[in-house]
Design a protein around this ligand. Structure first.
Ligand code: GDP
Ligand code: FE
Ligand code: FE
Length: 199
């Protein structure tokens, strides 16, 4: 078992119970990614004077619902008060926004900062808190990531968290456009706030 430590004051469940539930909800590579995101989030928290335990927990649970079946997502979106427009977009964006439902239900985490960071981790948003940025960037630069530009992304992010957010959004937008994928409006809006150098 990978080293993983966070003081958990955000759920009536113990850290060990959270870890066990998360492990049971995903395959081993996804779990290992979550551990690395947790560790990277902790590091970014330290650099940015944010609560390291909270960042580590938020990073750990960010993809909790990544492997929930599509049928279950559709049911939750239809019955649990989510924007029905979500059904018109790629399932890739559901595990953040709708993932918060499963995290509340299964992991009993109700802290709104943690849930918002999970909600925003795939698309970013116009407004982002320090924790939102930490989780968003930890997900992008964790040591297991390997894509052209990842080293530059790491350098930029460790030097300046906001600049990292701008880097990631520009990178993701070009990646999605290259593949002619549908782009969720929130991703566009976030790009216009965080990635623009001058115009
Ligand atoms: P992961 O969960 O650790 O794999 O990482 P993310 O949560 O950041 O992203 C999951 C996937 O969502 C990636 O393949 C992104 O390219 C994709 N994604 C992010 N924003 C959008 C969007 O606006 N539209 C679509 N179609 N996909 C998106
Ligand atoms: Fe994700
Ligand atoms: Fe992730």
């Amino acid at each position: 078992m990978t080293d993983l430590f966070f003081a958990n004051t955000y759920s009536p469940l113990s850290s060990q119970e959270i870890i066990a539930k998360e492990k049971a909800n995903m395959d081993a590579p996804r779990f290992a990614h979550c551990v690395r995101v947790s560790q990277t989030a902790q590091k970014l928290a330290r650099l940015n004077h944010y609560d390291e335990d909270k960042a580590a927990l938020a990073g750990f649970v960010h993809d909790y619902a990544k492997q929930v079946p599509v049928s279950e997502y559709r049911e939750v979106i239809k019955t649990q008060g989510f924007d029905q427009d979500l059904l018109n977009w790629n399932r890739a964006i559901w595990h953040g926004i709708v993932g918060t439902y499963f995290i509340k239900r299964d992991l009993q985490i109700t802290d709104s900062e943690i849930l918002t960071a999970v909600d925003r981790h795939t698309t970013g948003d116009v407004e982002m808190t320090t924790l939102d940025k930490i989780v968003f960037m930890a997900d992008f630069i964790e040591p297991g990531r390997d894509f052209p530009g990842v080293e530059e992304a790491r350098q930029v992010t460790f030097a300046n968290l906001d600049a990292g957010v701008g880097y990631q959004l520009a990178h993701s937008l070009s990646f999605l456009a290259e593949k002619r994928n549908k782009i969720y409006p929130r991703t566009f809006k976030a790009y216009n706030v965080w990635s623009i150098k001058d115009n």
